[in-house]
Design a protein around this ligand. Structure first.
Ligand code: PLP
Length: 379
């Protein structure tokens, strides 16, 4: 067989996937490793999509997506954040993944560098490497509440740095950046003339305070905001996300879609229109459930004196299990105690002593899974 791409062969397999595959083959496992909403897509969205398919929305759309959807997204940004976004500032992508990868590809050349969080969503590293660029991690330290430190990031920006990726609300930390921090990060990117890719796919899952979009502070056209229907409307399988940025950036990202995906699925675009224009109480209901799960989870860990980062958003809990190797810990927890969690090392070197627990699970499973985990930690 001819040799395969060294770049692709060299990509790491996801540690979450490994635990998931092991868990699937075992009986009676409490599954707290996956980052998938607990809910099914609301019925009115599914019905609208079925109707759209019957009406003929089964064909390619423009690379940037349906104009009707892009206009709806723009209107939502006017309403939610008071921002003068127009359809020209929107590209509809194949999930938030498509928006992050499109953004990275649009701004790097081979050998350039992209700053990503440690710990951070594992796909960032994969995406940056696939674009032929190099990854540089900036630390999110416990002593700083696991938040980015703009002064420290400033020192990590080099000649070849083209972009900084930030993520609020954060996977895996559940941290939510306040307004000043978001503003500072946008100003830093502007001052150092790099792009700021702001992954805001969990924008609607915030428990305390509110979400601050980086787009609100963009004076220099450096922000590329990443959003998705996946988490907000429990639509992971529809593969529908979008990016918002200045018109020249969006034009390049839309052109690039031709090379990889042509466009987002047309029926999913119609489903997203129904999601955005329909009742929003489903969003509130999901948020309330994740918050209740958060409260139950932290109360359980407090009972046992286990340390964790209290999530203010998203649906993950970053738990300090004080182990030498969180990958070995997660395997052991699964094999001996039948609880699947995501090993912290998957999210970066700083995750060695941590695991990520998903709060998108049934309350009883969260309680029982954390009790078992706590007993292992406390020996
Ligand atoms: N960004 C973060 C931080 C995520 O956790 C995810 C999914 O888990 C995504 C982006 C992309 O999700 P999707 O491609 O389903 O929109």
């Amino acid at each position: 067989m001819p040799s395969l791409s060294q770049l692709v062969v060299g990509l790491k397999q996801s540690g979450i996937r490994e635990i998931m595959n092991l868990a699937i083959g075992m009986p009676d496992v409490i599954r707290l490793e996956v980052g998938e909403p607990l809910f099914s897509t609301p019925a009115h969205i599914v019905e609208a999509a079925g109707r759209a398919a019957r009406e003929g929305y089964t064909k390619y759309t423009a690379n940037a997506g349906l104009l009707t959807l892009r206009e709806l997204i723009a209107r939502r940004f006017n309403q939610d954040y008071g921002l003068p976004v127009t359809a020209e500032n929107v590209v509809v992508t194949v999930g938030g993944v498509g928006a992050v990868s499109g953004a990275v590809r649009a701004v790097v050349d081979p050998g350039d560098e992209v700053l990503i969080p440690d710990p951070g969503w594992p796909n960032y590293e994969m995406i940056v490497r696939c674009a032929g660029a190099r990854v540089r991690r900036y630390p999110l330290l416990p002593e700083n509440g696991f938040l980015p430190d703009p002064a420290l990031i400033d020192r990590l920006i080099g000649q070849r740095t083209r972009a900084l990726i930030i993520n609020s609300p954060s996977n895996p930390l559940g941290t939510v950046f306040d307004e000043d921090l978001v503003r500072e990060l946008v100003e830093l990117a502007g001052r150092r003339d790099i792009f700021l890719i702001a992954d805001e796919v969990y924008e609607k899952i915030v428990f305390e305070g509110r979400h601050h979009t980086a787009l609100a502070f963009d004076r220099d056209g450096v922000v590329i905001g990443v959003f998705s229907a996946s988490k907000t409307y429990a639509m992971t399988g529809w593969r529908l996300g979008y990016a918002i940025a200045s018109q020249p950036v969006i034009a390049q990202m839309a052109k690039l879609q031709e090379a990889y995906v042509s466009c987002a699925p047309s029926v999913s675009q119609k489903a997203a229109e129904a999601a955005l224009s329909g009742p929003q109480d489903c969003v509130e209901e999901m948020r309330r459930t994740y918050r209740e799960n958060r409260d139950l989870a932290v109360a359980t860990l407090d009972e046992y004196g286990i340390r964790y980062q209290r999530p203010a958003g998203a649906f993950y809990l970053w738990v300090d299990v004080g182990c030498e190797d969180s990958h070995a810990f997660a395997r052991e927890l699964l094999q001996t105690h039948r609880v699947a969690v995501a090993p912290g090392t998957t999210f970066g070197p700083s995750g060695r002593e941590f695991v990520r627990v998903s709060l998108a699970a049934q309350a009883a499973d969260i309680r029982e899974g954390l009790v078992r985990l706590a007993r292992v930690v406390k020996g």
